[in-house]
Design a protein around this ligand. Structure first.
Ligand code: SAM
Length: 278
């Protein structure tokens, strides 16, 4: 494995890592190549990077993209990145918390928008949920995240990893695992394995439902009570037993099943039949 000069850059600037900001910087050039190649960046693309760190991935993105906008919460990193990257016309950095940002203010009228990031692990799920729920016109999200979270995102029914996060992401995207990354590819080393995963946004959500909020509520309720049958998990919706029997019949879902066995299409049918009773 070829080492990047990440640690030299960190030392040169006297930068101190913050554990609470999820600062594990990439040191392995093959991982960098795999992220950039799988993101399929061209000169048409407007790229948003969350958490550029000292700019290791950012530099590669700037070479390939029409424009790169990086969002970094740690203000002490801004002068470091600026110095490392120098004066280039297709880059800007915003000092902000990605969780608080309205991405549409950055995206503007851009048509081909791709997100690429080695995400801070303490906020992986809220960031991905925000990016997908926010009706932003991303074409794809290529992100490095904890392996355990990537496995949940990519899971199929009847797997122990399958849950509300699998449905949320697969509702909006095709998912593909690019590669697993060992802790030794970072400085400082995280405690867990990581995965690069690519999420390609679908033109339309995978299933058509009458009420998206209700659909996700049904999914959440089904997985919050993983051990319970759907019949018991759906009780809290307050629908009478007679009507609930008919809901399950019309949806062609056996109420004795558990949520973890349902496909996204079955969840959609169930939510739409529940919708008619509310
Ligand atoms: N991209 C760099 C790399 O691959 O070496 C650094 C990745 S490091 C895992 C995560 C980065 O996200 C850090 O630079 C950290 O300061 C930044 N960060 C943490 N929380 C953030 C937030 N809420 N919004 C924006 N950036 C954040």
């Amino acid at each position: 494995m070829e080492k990047l000069n990440t640690l030299d850059v960190v030392k040169k600037h006297g930068f101190k890592f913050s554990k609470s900001l999820g600062q594990n910087f990439l040191t392995d050039s093959s991982v960098l190549e795999d992220i950039v190649n799988s993101a399929e960046i061209s000169k048409e693309d407007f790229v948003i990077e969350i958490g550029p760190g000292v700019g290791t991935l950012t530099k590669k993105l700037i070479e390939k993209a029409k424009y790169v906008c990086a969002i970094e919460i740690d203000s002490t990193l801004l002068p470091i990145i600026q110095e490392e990257i120098g004066e280039v016309s297709n880059f800007r950095i915003i000092n902000s918390d990605a969780l608080k940002l309205d991405f549409n203010e950055i995206i503007g009228n851009e048509k081909s928008v791709k997100l690429v990031a080695n995400l801070p692990y303490y906020v992986t799920t809220p960031i991905i949920s925000k990016l997908l729920n926010g009706e932003y016109n991303f074409k794809s999200l290529t992100v490095m995240i904890q392996k355990e979270v990537a496995d949940r995102i990519n899971a199929a029914p009847n797997c122990k990893e399958y849950g509300a996060l699998s449905i949320l992401v697969q509702y909006y995207c095709n998912t593909s695992i690019v590669r697993v990354v060992k802790p030794s590819c970072f400085v400082p080393q995280p405690k867990v394995d990581s995965t690069v995963i690519k999420l390609d946004k679908l033109e339309n959500p995978r299933v058509k439902v009458h009420d998206t909020k209700l659909f996700f509520r049904v999914v959440r309720d089904a997985f919050n009570m993983r051990r319970k049958t759907l019949w018991n998990a759906m009780k809290q919706l307050g629908i009478s037993s007679d009507n609930m029997i008919s809901v399950f019949e019309r949806a062609e879902v056996d109420p004795k099943r558990r949520g973890e066995t349902l496909s996204i299409e079955e969840f959609a049918r169930l939510a739409d039949e529940i919708h008619k009773e509310l």
